[in-house]
Design a protein around this ligand. Structure first.
Ligand code: MN
Length: 353
């Protein structure tokens, strides 16, 4: 990710914040300059990509800066003291937290609860350190291809056992699901390939169907003067695989395969859309959930319904507002954007461990 791309992904920075990020970007590029990754790319590509993932999560400027600097103390001659004098105590504490977690991991295999407990202690409960750690692991998993097979397996196992659960606890579904899918690919290559191939074939009919459904919904909403964004629900191959294995069902029977999301601006409009949909297609009994009125423990909010379509099998529809959608994908990280400074930086231990 270039500096321009990174800055474009960070709307609303103050001049001071953007100066700090520009400076850290150049500093990290220089610090890692001689080093290359196993793939042959300059090491800095990793660091810039981590900052890019963090920007997508919507975190604050200090976290982005620490993301750019996260490997500087561990991998170069620069000291934490230097980071502190250049970027302040807040950024230095975040970098220090990430370095401490890395040391934890190198001290032998930990179970998930031990790992979480020790991690939170090491980070002085600052949840932003965990955002950086998750972004770091996600980029390492995306680029796992250039490592030796035994490292691929070891990192994938650790990702499944520690990092995907960590993302789950923080409600960062977007990252959890990509981590799981990448780890699944290396841990069960045969099953992964077969399923991916079958989904590809399935997609030809599916895409056709989804397009048709989207058109029908759009027309109905327009007639009622409702503005909405529709998209087909992203899939998690690992989730589908587990669902099929656990319930002994075929790919076609898995509800995870097909579904659409409808995103609107306003909470009340969600219920209006639901009413309109149920007039077009009959709801499947027992499949309606109002997670807006009664949010899940993770604060997840959305309306879920499964409807019978006139052609083919039932499909699921999720309806929510833009803000709910962002929170559903990024969990705790999303609260940063909406609550800013008021948000308590200390993660509530009871909710995570
Ligand atoms: Mn790293």
């Amino acid at each position: 990710m270039t500096l321009d791309e990174l800055l474009a992904a960070l709307p609303g920075l103050t001049p001071g914040e953007s100066h700090m990020i520009v400076h850290a970007y150049a500093f990290a590029e220089e610090a890692h300059r001689p080093v290359r990754r196993k793939s042959g790319e300059p090491y800095f590509v990793h660091v810039a990509s981590v900052a890019g993932i963090l920007a997508q999560m919507g975190v604050d400027a200090a976290t982005i800066t620490a993301g750019l600097l996260h490997d500087v103390v561990e991998d170069t001659d620069h000291s934490l003291q230097e980071i502190k004098s250049l970027y302040g105590a807040e950024v230095a504490a975040l970098v220090d937290g990430v370095t401490k977690i890395d040391t934890l991991q190198n001290n032998g295999r930990l179970t998930e609860p031990e790992y979480l407990r020790k991690t939170l202690l090491a980070t002085r409960d600052d949840v932003r350190v965990l955002f950086i750690k998750l972004a770091d692991r996600l980029h390492n998993m995306r680029t796992l291809g250039s490592l030796k097979p035994h490292r691929q397996i070891a990192l994938s196992q650790e990702t499944m056992e520690l990092f995907a659960p960590l993302a789950t606890r923080l409600g960062i579904w977007r990252i959890k699901s990509e981590l799981e899918e990448l780890a699944f690919r290396y841990l069960e290559p045969e099953h992964y390939r077969t399923l991916a191939l079958r989904l590809q074939f399935n997609d030809r009919t599916l895409n056709h169907f989804i397009e048709h459904v989207q058109q029908q919904v759009e027309t109905a909403l327009q007639r009622n003067g409702i503005q909405a964004t529709l998209y087909s629900r992203p899939r998690n191959l690992y989730h589908i695989y587990k669902d099929m294995a656990a319930r002994g069902i075929s790919l076609e029977e898995s509800f995870d395969v097909r579904g659409i999301r409808i995103i609107v601006d306003d909470l009340l409009v969600c219920y209006q859309v639901l009413g309109i949909l149920h007039q077009i297609w009959k709801p499947v009994p027992g499949k309606f959930n109002d997670y807006i009125g009664a949010p899940k423990d993770s604060f997840y909010q959305s309306l879920h319904t499964t409807v019978f379509h006139d052609q083919g099998s039932p499909f699921e529809v999720q309806i929510r507002t833009v803000e709910m959608d962002y929170r559903a994908e990024y969990g705790i990280a999303a609260y940063w954007r909406y609550k800013g400074e008021e948000f308590d930086r200390k993660v509530d231990r009871k909710s995570v461990v």
